[in-house]
Design a protein around this ligand. Sequence first.
Ligand code: MN
Length: 335
Amino acid sequence: MSLEHLLKDSKTPLILGHQNADPDAICSMIAFARLYKSLNPDGAPQLAADDVSRLSNQVLKIFEPEMKVSRAPESDHDLLILLDTNSRFQLGNALQHIPENPSKTIVIDHHERNPEIDLIADHQILHEDKSSTCEIMVKVFSDLGVPIDASTANLLLTGMIFDTRRFFYTGLETLSAAMKLIEAGADYEKCVRSLLIKPDRSERIARLKAAARVKVHLIGDWIVATSKINAFEASSCRGLIELGADVAIVGGSPSKDVVRFSSRSTREFFEKTRVSLGSDVMEPLGQLIEGEGGGHANAAGANGKANFEKAMVRSVELIRKAVEEKNSSEEGSST
Ligand SMILES: [Mn+2]
């Protein structure tokens, strides 16, 4: 059965996006509901997602203040549409049991193909090469001959801007789709602005305090910034990196038996030094604070209960030692 027939046959379609729905998911869901309504004006589509991201809520407030996205379906459905989602897992706990009839399930997605999707949906519109599900939706509208109105164009362009990181990742097809949307009435600047989000006030205060208390350590050409704050340690690290640090380590001890460390480094720092904040810094630091530490090369943390001040000092020593060891071993191996 064609997509058009499936939609015309359905009275109560249920449109789902992935857990913590991002702007690509939310915007493609609403656009799909519009597409459905234009083919079936009497139908009653329902939208649901296991939580909606804070940024998506802002986008909704700006473009679709009346739109209702529930956390769970409120009534039965006769057709299921999954957007920006390629597995049950992505639907989240609250919704993953819902897909049960593949012949009445449509999936539209751009993620890497998940074989599980064959068991869930007989009707698949999957394009791994597309920037976003919203970009796929531009094609679905045109394939069905349904014009895109200005408010839908705003949504689809917003989803595309989000998933391409403002067209950092793009190509001819993506840009052509974006132009189509602007021609259809999308306001590019308004879409970009809808995605700018200010952190909560308390988070901004924490970042500013961390910046005010910063200590700067120079290790070779690298700038390592350390600071102390008892909340939003990770966000404070990102703030110090934005200010210019190559490595940021922020520790906090909000109560007597709680010691926490967070760290971030630039990609350049890791690529040139091969120092991993996870294994070289936070793992040993975790032991010192009588807890555990680890993470990735560029982002890592540790949680424990003791030796806060000692660990603050040790963190810089660990980086210095790792930079020196890895540099000298590299020189050794290249000669
Ligand atoms: Mn997406």
